[in-house]
Design a protein around this ligand. Structure first.
Ligand code: B12
Length: 245
């Protein structure tokens, strides 16, 4: 038992070092059983329209989840690239590339893993893995980086030592994000994804009732690209000083 604890502690340290030296600013561990104890929830977003899953839906004998936080220090990370009827998010490519370096490290040690188990809540993993807590804008707020972190996750059969959940409330009486939302999509800790400018199907961007909001808050960059709305993040006092333009 002592030996297996020692092995898990050593591997956990190595994995975190690997993550932090390959692009992540934050790394946390959650046990698969703690994650699976969360109730299944409906993801109300046109691209998904599905219930959240369990770790075993992605990997047999899953033991741990590794949750990684990548700082987005500039508005340019919010680019959406339109491609015919679909969209791509370059910030996702970067995170996946970096997270795969951690996966390959695990695989070289003889463990299995899955990057991007998309229907497991990354925000819940981040809260359980100690990266930050849910803010009123429904995003995970980290005390240093604020909401300006993007999350990537890996499910693995490696036994790792879980982190303590983040329980401190960071918002208090602050309601700046709720007041900042141009379309009133937020209530404290709740978002209506059918009202949020980013939740509405891109085909509706041209509708007269929405067009002025899109023009103002999701500025066009080139013929095939625009920036996502950032109002509820920009309103958050946490992490402001570490941001560029
Ligand atoms: C669908 C989706 C959207 C949809 C709908 C979002 C929604 N809130 O319903 C739309 C398109 C609108 C959207 C918008 C944005 N999103 Co989004 N989105 C996702 C996605 C793919 C799934 C989220 C989801 O619905 N999961 C299922 C639900 C049930 O899980 P959940 O929301 O995590 O649910 C938990 C919380 O609701 C929690 N909870 C809620 N309130 C509270 C309050 C307290 C106190 C506690 C304890 C718990 C709690 O309990 C639930 C169960 O555990 C995730 C990636 C992923 N796979 O997790 C990214 C993700 C959540 N999005 C992210 C981001 C950054 C954004 C945007 C800023 C756009 C952008 N620049 O990328 C905006 C922000 C809008 C906002 N204020 O939330 C990040 C969040 C990073 C962070 N710091 O938290 C994620 C994790 C993507 C990533 N790879 O980093 N998103």
């Amino acid at each position: 038992m002592m030996e297996s604890n020692y092995k898990a502690e050593l591997l956990t340290r190595e994995i975190k070092e690997k993550a932090l030296s390959s692009g992540a600013e934050l790394a946390g561990i959650v046990s698969a059983s703690d994650l699976d104890a969360q109730p299944r929830i409906w993801v109300d977003f046109w691209e998904y329209k599905a219930f959240t899953k369990k770790t075993s839906d992605y990997l047999e004998n899953a033991r741990s989840a590794i949750i990684l936080g990548y700082h987005v220090w500039d508005d340019v990370f919010e680019i959406v690239l339109k491609k015919e009827s679909s969209s791509e998010y370059p910030v996702e490519w970067r995170g996946r590339l970096f997270a795969r370096r951690v996966l390959r490290y695990l695989e070289r040690k003889g463990y299995r893993g899955v990057v991007e188990p998309e229907l497991l809540s990354k925000k819940r993993m981040a809260q359980l893995g100690g990266l930050g807590n849910f803010g009123k804008n429904t995003l995970i707020i980290n005390p240093k980086y604020g909401p300006w972190i993007r999350l990537r996750s890996i499910i693995t059969d490696a036994e790792l030592v879980p982190d303590e959940p983040f329980v401190r409330d960071l918002c208090g009486d602050c309601n700046l994000c709720i007041e900042a939302c141009p379309v009133r999509a937020l209530a404290p800790y709740r978002l209506d994804p059918n009202v949020c400018l980013l939740g509405i199907h891109p085909n509706k961007r041209g509708e007269p009732r929405l067009k002025t909001f899109y023009d103002k808050y999701t500025p066009t960059l080139t013929k095939n690209s625009y920036l996502m709305c950032m109002e509820c993040q920009k309103a958050c006092p946490y992490g402001r000083e570490l941001r560029g333009g």
